[in-house]
Design a protein around this ligand. Structure first.
Ligand code: DX5
Ligand code: ZN
Length: 221
């Protein structure tokens, strides 16, 4: 089963309520929320209150991506806000193991993410603490960039690594995913496709969703 996780960063923020409803109407179950601190990445987005506001209006699975240098201190706020999954970066300054444990102990699913220059091996020891691995396919910080093929090559490696753990861990891809490259990403082993501009700015989002579902069927997923 392939999940789409639309990134709110690509939505029309003046019409956020409608955009979130639209996601649900498209038959999508997840929503991706990017949090940036202006330090780990050169951009600033939104915080836990934003998640809480969406939680009050929606039962979508809230997939929170923390691009923060110090995510540990913010875990309680994001848990309280109603996140279903909190993903942090292995490159963050806080110890990833401590942060992942704090997320799990709060009863929320935990994810670990790697930036384009970080090899899959950097997170192998953390897999027992993870429900999801997020592979960045652009340098994090901005929506609307082009997918880096070199990052897609990490997916089969991670798939193997995950299989060796014997645990169920989802593989998510984030950055530059569009209708045109969804097939390639699914074939390489992704379970969850983040799509910001590729979905929210598409002329016909329903056609994008249908095309992704078709690619998934073609790959037997
Ligand atoms: C980038 C963010 C992404 C971004 C994806 O740092 O993590 O989630 O919103 O946007 P698109 O799909 O437009 O590349
Ligand atoms: Zn993201």
């Amino acid at each position: 089963m392939i999940e789409l996780s639309p990134s709110v960063l690509g939505a029309d923020l003046m019409r956020l309520g409608e955009e979130v409803k639209r996601v649900k109407e498209l038959g999508i179950g997840w929503l991706h929320l990017d949090h940036m601190d202006g330090h780990f990445v050169p951009n600033i987005s939104f915080g836990p209150d934003f998640v809480a506001a969406i939680r009050r209006e929606s039962d979508l699975f809230l997939d929170v991506h923390l691009m923060l240098s110090h995510p540990l201190a913010y875990v309680p706020a994001y848990v309280k806000a109603g996140s279903d999954l909190i993903t942090v970066h292995v490159e963050a300054e806080d110890d990833p193991e401590t942060t992942l444990r704090a997320i799990r102990e709060s009863g929320v699913k935990a994810g670990i993410s790697i930036k384009p220059n970080t090899p899959p091996e950097a997170i192998e020891h953390l897999l027992p603490l993870c429900d999801l691995v997020l592979v960045m396919t652009v340098e994090p910080g901005f929506g609307g960039q082009g997918l880096m093929d070199s990052c897609v090559d990490k997916l089969p490696v991670l798939r193997e690594m995950i299989a060796r753990t014997g645990r169920e861990i989802l593989l998510e891809v984030d950055g530059g995913v569009k209708q045109e490259n969804a097939g390639k990403v699914i074939a390489a082993g992704a379970d969850v496709l983040v799509m910001g501009t590729g979905l929210f700015r598409a002329k016909d989002p329903a056609a994008v969703v249908a095309a992704v579902r078709e690619e998934a069927r073609a790959c037997g997923r």
